[in-house]
Design a protein around this ligand. Sequence first.
Ligand code: KIV
Length: 270
Amino acid sequence: MFREVMMEKVTVPVLKSMKGKDKITMLTSYDFPMAKIVDNAGIQTILVGDSLGPVMLGYPNTIPVTVDEMIYHTKAVTKAVKSAFVIIDMPFMSYQESIAEAKKNAGRMMKESGAEAVKLEGGLNMKDTIKAIVDIDIPVVGHIGLTPQSIHRMGGYKVQGKGIEAQRLIDDAKAVEEAGAFMIVLECIPRTLAQEITEMLSIPTIGIGAGPDCDGQVLVIHDLLGLLGDFRPKFVKTYLNLQAEIDGAVKTFIEEVKKGVFPDDARSFH
Ligand code: KIV
């Protein structure tokens, strides 16, 4: 049974204070009902990721996602959430063109969506942009390693930071922290490198495909629930096979309607 529970509001200072003491939990959500369930279950941070492009809108990747689409989905999420900290992803080309444009879009996304922080991809190349957004008091979450908005440069969704590439990621992580980000996502990098970066930084690291030594973990909710078909990256753990459950329920409904079993007398008005 779904019962609402009251939990303490998660904030930037709370998340920063958890580093090295208590693991941070994060899941994506893109709509009101899912955000309500996830928040009520006690998740500490909700990311409205630009993964909503492929997950919710059927796009081939995150590149086509717009600022308007991010705001539309995040508004629904923030209406549902009581205690989790909500982060909105800045989509491709909403922060890369100029610092002025990045500030304008970050500001608009915060004002119109109700999110409490923005996340953007990049390391050293985004240092000045992150600093400029932090300077206008918008909390920023960094994102390095496999950065899906760079899919065409990377030639696919591949593990980053192997061998001599590791130093570049260490420099990226340092730059993100120095720019003033309060948290950073490490995506698809070797676990030993994620551990080194986690120990080096004073801000929490959130891993996805980055091993167990990060300060927290994030998954796409549809992956966790088994709602995305047969494609399973190595790092994903599927806790439920919801696709099969839904398939079964829909088939039973079809069968019962065809046979005249649904609705029965108890579900009819007299
Ligand atoms: O867009 C997203 O969902 C993300 C996470 C996978 C970290 O960036």
